[in-house]
Design a protein around this ligand. Structure first.
Ligand code: GDP
Ligand code: ZN
Length: 448
């Protein structure tokens, strides 16, 4: 990955007016720049200094706090200066321009974090979690991102990787020295070691999937006719934590997507009420999008008026819901039909009887939704993860499973273990292609 050691600068604080704004510079030999901006020389690292900030004509632009971090004990691992000014966009931009005229380059999105990664301050997974933390939309997501940033997820991956490396050495050695006695002893240990790895990686796959839910939300499709109570249901399941009940997707004929938070876990609710048979070309495009969204669903709620039962239109849409998607039949308006709130499982179908209007059966439904995606409670200790991590983890698990089947065939075993190791290494960035890094960091905001 190309890494030029030039000095980069950016406004690190958010856009808009604020009490305080921060400019961050990273690179080497920053003293001349610091002196030009603040008049200060030979700064003591990690000490906050109150000072004036000047422009090229030595006029005072602002006064504030300056902190210098010497390498490698800084965020990026390089020398870093932070200028804390008043949070005026105009002041910040004047200072930024001056820094650029002093030879700094305006940083690209994520460039500070990329340097931190390239200098070994963070692994790739931790670097990604910084962006996830900044963009977190629920408390649980933010807490999960902090856990990943602090290395909890990486720790599990590294622990498994260490076992894999150890086992690979064992297997490769048995391949190189195929003495029968050694092989016999080795084989016994191989199976044992594989078992340990398998027992560790399977639960990690589950928590990774939950980590992705925390990051992206649980995709939930609601199938239900107009007036069956979808909006009412959304409002009551989101409860007082509502925080966000916004439309994500755009145009009128497009799918309607809403994000709600249940017990701290984000759910993306897709309303499919618009799907019906049509000859209208534009409407067809909208319907295709809805069908695509359905194909990516994790859960499907079939919302039914408990007086009329499931409708023919619902059955039509249900055909598009993939088999692996968890389906929940929710019977609404029980206050009108005289049912009592309850959950019943009949012929492997889960039925939940509720009244959205009278808030009956809602706790049961909320709990069921969380259970379905494997969450016991929001207080559960979870780290955040990305689809990229989940895919790599699935790849690793499948190679471990194959390794297990062929554990007596050393050559196949060696190959499968190598694949599993590579897949896990991709998560932390131990093995990663330049284009992947480019893609990951370009999605950051500038100044991070
Ligand atoms: P949507 O079109 O599927 O989003 O349905 P709405 O949530 O807008 O509800 C349609 C109507 O049904 C509204 O007048 C709601 O107050 C009413 N409604 C929703 N849930 C219930 C319920 O459990 N009992 C009763 N009696 N009315 C309900
Ligand atoms: Zn509605």
């Amino acid at each position: 990955m190309n890494y030029t050691r030039d000095n980069i600068v950016a406004i690190a604080s958010g856009t808009g007016y604020a009490g305080v704004g921060i400019i961050r510079i990273s690179g080497y030999d920053l003293f001349p720049i610091i002196e030009a901006i603040s008049g200060k020389k030979n700064l003591k690292p990690r000490y906050a200094q109150y000072c004036n900030f000047y422009d090229d004509k030595n006029e005072i632009l602002d006064s504030g706090i300056l902190i210098y971090f010497d390498n490698p004990k800084s965020f990026t691992g390089e020398d870093v200066v932070e200028l804390q000014t008043h949070g005026s966009p105009v002041v910040l931009n004047m200072l930024l321009k001056y820094c650029i005229s002093l030879g700094c380059r305006h940083a690209q999105p994520g460039e500070f974090t990329k340097r931190a990664y390239l200098n070994g301050k963070l692994d790739l997974l931790q670097a990604e979690s910084i962006a996830d933390l900044i963009h977190a939309e629920s408390e649980a997501s933010a807490k999960g991102a902090i856990k990943s940033l602090r290395g909890e997820f990486s720790h599990f991956i590294n622990a498994i990787n260490e076992r894999l490396i150890n086992l690979r050495m064992f297997v490769e050695a048995s391949l190189d020295f195929p003495d029968e006695d050694i092989e016999f002893v080795a084989n016994a240990k191989i199976k044992e070691k594989l078992e340990v790895i398998r027992n560790e990686i399977h639960p990690l796959l589950k928590t990774t999937r939950q980590g992705v839910f925390l990051n992206n939300g649980v995709n939930t499709v609601i199938i239900g006719q107009p007036n069956v109570g979808k909006s009412s249901l959304l409002n009551v399941i989101a409860n007082e934590e509502v925080a966000i009940v916004t439309d994500i997707a755009g145009t009128t004929r497009d799918i309607v997507k809403q994000k709600i938070i249940i017990d701290g876990i984000p759910f993306n609710i897709i309303d499919t009420a618009g799907i019906r048979q049509t000859e209208d070309a534009v409407e067809k495009i909208g319907i295709e999008r809805a069908i695509h969204a359905i194909s990516e669903a994790d859960i499907c709620i079939i919302l039914i008026d408990s007086r009329s039962g499931i409708m023919a239109e619902d059955k039509l849409i249900l055909e598009y819901v993939p088999d692996h998607v968890k389906k929940i039949y929710v019977h609404n308006k029980i206050d009108l039909s005289g049912e009592v709130p309850r959950i019943s499982v009949e012929a492997e179908k889960t039925n939940i009887y509720i009244s959205a209007k009278h808030k009956a059966g809602i706790d049961e439904l909320r709990k069921y939704l969380l259970d379905t995606v494997g969450f016991e409670s929001a207080t559960e200790s979870l780290f955040i993860a990305r689809t990229r991590h989940l895919n790599a983890m699935q790849k690793a698990v499948s190679h471990i499973n194959t390794a297990f089947v062929h554990w007596e065939e050393l050559e196949i075993l060696a190959e499968e273990l190598r694949y599993a190791h590579t897949a896990l290494g991709e998560i932390t960035g131990e093995f990663s292609a330049d284009d992947l890094l480019g893609e990951i960091f370009s999605k950051f905001c500038i100044g991070k």
